[in-house]
Design a protein around this ligand. Structure first.
Ligand SMILES: Cc1cc2nc3c(=O)[nH]c(=O)nc-3n(C[C@H](O)[C@H](O)[C@H](O)COP(=O)(O)O)c2cc1C
Length: 349
């Protein structure tokens, strides 16, 4: 299927596996790339050296194009951009809108820039700054998310910008791909669906929690870091929502210390990242610290398998997913179904 996305990045299928912290590592990304879709490495949870190693590992497993997701507001975003350029990575994806300057540097070196946005005005802004395409995530999507559903946000953004739009939030099958194309999107980006594959390194116990979830078990809370965050509802989420400010501050400091050790960031960088997230938002100090080390909470689940201690970011689609195909099986299944749906639509006219 030939779309503006497949032409832009040189993949066979208009499907993106999004950058998910601790989840989208070299194994998942290379499996996605070998399946003909665009895999994106999540780098916010890696040190610079780990990022370079991860990029090289993906390259050793596939010749297909892939991308790297980073946080534009992180203290060392410039260094990460350098790694992307030096290592010849095809696509740079951003969790928060990158500056015009960063976009310029990447584009000058031939890197395709695809920021993720959750609102029309953000899409307009990054398009004006030179982004090559946008991933637009509706409220059903996992992780930090907005309030507007994909069915409303997607056509709104498609009408607002002239660059290719990739639809995210709530996609898991071929019907969704055709629906997104009908809205004018150039493809779909899937997070939760790729987390739930046999190629994903997420521990089995954690995958089992997702598979068992119904749509009602997926919630949005601000209790973790002050920002609306879609995840599985667990005892930890309920406890965070119930706990007072003093207790959560001491917990936040402990977690920040752990993340600092793992990420190699200095306290100054950590606080700077937290303050960047606090900017313009009414966050408490404990939320600022938690915001800077939400990755630690994700790690407990996604790497250590602690379903009791960790945050399990999840889209609503977890409630309708009940199997663990390989990336190759998943991509093939989505494309086959999409072709069938398209043929059915033409035949029934
Ligand atoms: C476990 C998990 C971790 C995520 N981490 C990130 C991240 O580090 N950066 C980012 O831009 N988006 C992150 N997201 C959001 C996804 O990239 C994607 O936009 C979203 O999952 C799409 O919605 P879906 O889950 O309905 O497919 C995360 C999502 C999940 C489920």
């Amino acid at each position: 299927m030939d779309t503006a996305l497949t032409r832009l990045v040189g993949v066979r299928h208009p499907i993106v596996q999004t950058g998910m912290g601790w989840v989208a590592g070299p194994r998942l990304v290379s499996a996605t790339a070998n399946a003909g879709a665009l895999g994106i490495l999540a780098s916010a949870t890696m040190t610079l050296d780990q990022l370079r190693d991860a990029v090289r590992e993906v390259r050793s497993r596939t010749d297909a194009p892939f991308g790297v997701n980073l946080r534009a507001d992180s203290a060392d975003a410039g260094d990460r951009v350098r790694v992307i350029i030096d290592e010849g990575v095809r696509v740079a994806s951003f969790a928060l809108a990158p500056s015009a300057e960063l976009i310029g540097v990447l584009k000058e070196s031939g890197v395709v820039v695809i920021p993720s946005v959750g609102a029309r005005r953000h899409a307009e802004k990054v398009a004006a700054w030179g982004a090559d395409a946008v991933i637009v995530q509706g409220g059903e999507g996992g992780g930090h998310t907005g309030e507007v559903a994909t069915t409303v946000l997607l056509p709104q953004v498609v009408d607002a910008v002239d660059i290719p739009v990739v639809a995210a939030g709530g996609f898991f099958d071929g019907r969704g791909l055709v629906a997104a194309l009908a809205y004018g999107a150039a493809g779909v980006a899937l997070g939760t669906r790729f987390l739930l594959t046999s190629d994903s390194t997420v521990p089995d116990a954690v995958k089992a929690r997702y598979l068992a979830a119904t749509v009602k078990d997926v919630t949005v809370t601000r209790a973790v870091d002050g920002l609306p965050h879609r995840m599985l509802r667990t005892d930890l989420v309920s406890a965070l929502e119930d706990s007072g400010r003093v207790r959560s501050l001491s917990r936040a400091v402990r977690r920040a210390a752990g993340f600092r050790r793992l990420s190699g960031l200095t306290w100054r960088q950590l606080v700077r990242d937290g303050l960047a997230m606090k900017h313009g938002k009414d966050l408490t100090w404990s939320q600022v610290l938690l915001a800077a080390n939400t990755p630690m909470l994700l790690r407990s689940a996604m790497v250590d398998g602690r379903t009791d201690l960790g945050v399990m970011a999840s889209g609503q689609v977890a409630g309708v997913i009940d199997d663990l195909p390989s990336c190759a099986e998943l991509v093939e299944r989505i494309m086959k179904e999409a072709e069938g749906v398209l043929q059915g639509l033409t035949a029934s006219r």
